[in-house]
Design a binder for this molecule. Sequence first.
Ligand code: HSE
Length: 298
Amino acid sequence: NEIKLFCPATIANVSCGFDVLGLCLDSTGDEMTIRKMPEKGVRISKIIGQDLPLEAEKNVAGVAVLALLKEVETTFGFEIEINKKIKPGSGIGSSAASAAGAVFGVNKLLGEPFSREKLVEFAMMGEELASGAPHADNVAPALLGGFTLVKGYEPFEVLKLHTPKEIFATVIHPQIEVKTADARSVIKQNIPLKKAIIQWGNLAGLVSALYTEDYGLLSRCLHDEIVEPMRSPLIPGFYKAKQAAKDAGALGSGISGSGPSIFALSKGEETAKKVAKAMAEVYKDFGVDYDIHVSKIN
Ligand code: HSE
């Protein structure tokens, strides 16, 4: 009648896959407790760590569960408590962790009527509330683990990709807030064909590199021709951090989701730690506070 969950942080876009590619971190996440309650519906009873709305219709977890409950008959409801450890606006899927965790837990308590893929669609409704766009590149890896690809939105299709065990992520969160909705508003709606060609070549190459575990190819594909140049002005020190990651041996780096967190991928944990040190130096010099961590992709 009760379930306790770890709701992982995620990195969306992963440079060349805006709104389609994502990966799941195992070092950071929220904690959630969901219990059955006699009244139907969903009640967010407590949120620790952040000041977020408790009304179900205004809360990403609430909205995601309400979307799920529209498709199943129940004689009871659900009460949710969230210990919010991922800061909203940090760029590592804070809203996605809540939405994904809530539908995952409710599905378990219902005896798993829905597939993980279907849960991604419900969780996406929470993302729509948070950012104005129902993107699934954070909720998909949060629910499926590892690297994931949204093959298409209409009709919705999501794939779990092969995830090499040796890839580690470094994520630095400079303490400035960038709202996803704002970071989406700076993106131009039309892109030159030349840039699109480079981008889809990189995305296809990256997927191939994951399956063949070809780190050289992976490194050559970790670029974003389209969105990163438009968003980077929102993140002071971004190009310095990128250069520092490269010099320390990272395979590549970019904006994590809509920022301001910056991620780097490395082969091996030792390199990922060196990259963490190098990126931290950049923000120390800048006098900007930061959180930094190294994580397995799981
Ligand atoms: N793909 C989304 C974006 C992720 O970049 O706006 C937001 O976390």
